[in-house]
Design a binder for this molecule. Structure first.
Ligand code: AHR
Length: 492
């Protein structure tokens, strides 16, 4: 067993880890909304106002802080007025991006905001700049948030909602470099400036406006956009990056993969670190005060769809490999929480790296779900300075074997999350706690064969377990981190 030291300086408190880093993303894509979240009030599946009870309860368990909707590329063709009023009168449209299926708009603004109220999370609306008008977006904001007499507030009341909702997060465009209009950055920036101008703060509701940032390593986009915005008109810019082990035409299976593919996936997941560092460097050139945040509002593993499923529905299983990459990404976001203010894994149910999968009335929690559960106490805690004193290169790859982040709550309790992506090598990690006297420690571990997953017949193959593989000595905790595992230590 290799031995390393993890130094934690509890006196060096860094940035606050915004709870929104643990955010999710829902899109009208495949079975994410229909089947996955919304089954309608007449369904035999237990529901509250049409929302699946099992799914809402699971999302509450991981303290889902924020949910982005209605897309994705779907948002770039979404016209919100099609999704309000009596359901039988709502327009039916073609979901051109995702399988060409009929979208009946039975889940619209009221249903989404009801869902957020049931979960107890902030809504994050992705507005349509690509094919919608300025008036349309401006009226959507008025419809949702204005408390008074106005055409849109009156329409909302007519549709059964007297009081406005609070809607803080407003994305103005999605992937405008691609499915959101194929724009050049300076053109988008000019459009952004115009659209945002007509999105007003009504009735005490203060909008947090998000501009569409870069695709992956498009540093030019970030540079141009940042030169054209300021904190007065934009609180954050977004970044999209997916981990695709192969080529887009042959991404690789979610469950049947070789050791090489496993390490390629991890290597590509680690690219998130490089992207954040480089985009943040550019952001800092334009914004030294860190007044504009970075929101990674689409991230996660993207594999080939499960055999036999609709290729447009992006349904994939979720293994221990997904748990490891989720842990790496969340540790990266925590470590950069001075600039990364929100992140939204794609997507919450039945699409890409989901935390929940459903089939009829059955629901399973994926390995990725368990990572969000084990990490939930990082939400709103303060990042502590921490580092590992040795290079821990994973076999066959140029990536670190160990990934970690450590945070402290206001009551002084510490959460340390450590993952080991090596497939052979266990590590003995001695955690040195400067400026903190540990009185007690409890731990949980997620450990399974790297291709193990939870299925509808066997839902608890990959589940966290209480872990006793540690010992406490004065100011240190010595913990064994087995190969291919993720550990969360709660230290009091
Ligand atoms: O998450 C699937 C798609 O990926 C989203 O609709 C789009 O924004 C991105 O390209």
């Amino acid at each position: 067993m290799k031995q390393v030291n993890l130094y934690v300086n509890a006196a060096n408190r860094k940035s606050k880890i915004n709870k929104e880093i643990y955010g999710h993303f829902s899109e009208h894509l495949g079975r994410c909304i229909y089947d996955g979240i919304y089954v309608g009030e007449d369904s035999t599946i237990p529901n509250v106002k049409g929302m699946r009870k099992d799914v809402v309860d699971a999302l509450k368990e991981i303290k889902t802080p924020v949910l982005r909707w209605p897309g994705g590329c779907f948002a770039d063709e979404y016209h919100w007025k099609d999704g309000i009023g009596p359901k039988e009168d709502r327009k039916k449209m073609v979901n051109t991006n995702w399988g060409g299926v009929t979208e009946d708009n039975s889940f619209g603004t009221h249903e989404f905001l009801e869902l957020c109220e049931q979960i107890g999370c902030e809504p994050y609306i992705a507005g349509n700049l690509g094919s919608g008008t300025v008036q349309e977006l401006s009226e959507w904001v008025e419809y949702m948030t204005f408390d008074g007499i106005s055409p849109m507030a009156d329409l909302r009341k007519k549709n059964g909602r007297e009081k406005p909702w609070k809607v803080k997060y407003l994305g103005i465009g999605n992937e405008n470099w691609g499915c959101g209009g194929n724009m050049e950055p300076d053109y988008y920036a000019a459009e952004y400036r115009r659209y945002q101008q007509f999105c007003k703060n009504f009735s005490g509701n203060e909008l947090y406006k998000v501009a569409c940032g870069p695709n992956s390593d498009d540093y030019h986009w970030t540079d141009v956009l940042m030169s054209k915005i300021n904190k007065g008109i934009s609180k954050a810019i977004s970044l999209h990056y997916y981990t695709v082990p192969g080529e887009w035409s042959k991404k690789g299976s979610a469950t049947a993969f070789s050791k090489d593919e496993y390490f390629t996936t991890l290597q590509k997941a680690y690219k998130m670190e490089e992207l954040i560092v480089k985009h943040c460097e550019i952001m800092s050139k334009h914004d030294q005060e860190h007044e504009i945040g970075l929101i990674v509002d689409e991230w996660g593993n993207w594999f080939d769809v499960e055999p036999g499923t609709n290729p447009g529905f992006l349904y994939q299983q979720n293994t221990m490999r997904d748990a490891i990459t989720a842990s790496i990404n969340l540790n990266i976001f925590n470590q950069h929480s001075d600039r990364v203010v929100m992140a939204n894994i794609a997507q919450v149910v039945n699409v890409l790296q989901s935390v929940i999968l459903t089939e009829g009335d059955k629901m399973i929690k994926t390995p990725t779900f368990h990572i969000f559960r084990m990490y939930r106490d990082h939400q709103e805690a303060t990042l502590l300075d921490s580092y590992i004193d040795a290079t821990t290169t994973a076999e066959n790859a140029t990536i670190p074997a160990l990934s970690q982040s450590v945070s402290m709550k206001e009551d002084g309790s510490i959460l340390a999350t450590i993952s080991n992506c090596d497939l052979e090598q266990d590590y003995e990690v001695t955690i040195h706690l400067a400026a903190k006297c540990a009185k007690s420690c409890t731990a949980e571990i997620l450990q399974a064969e790297i291709d193990a997953y939870n299925s509808f017949d066997n839902a608890d193959v990959v589940e966290p377990k209480v872990y006793n593989g540690f010992s406490m000595k004065e100011d240190t905790i010595v913990v064994t981190v087995p190969a291919a595992s993720v550990i969360a230590l709660s230290i009091k």
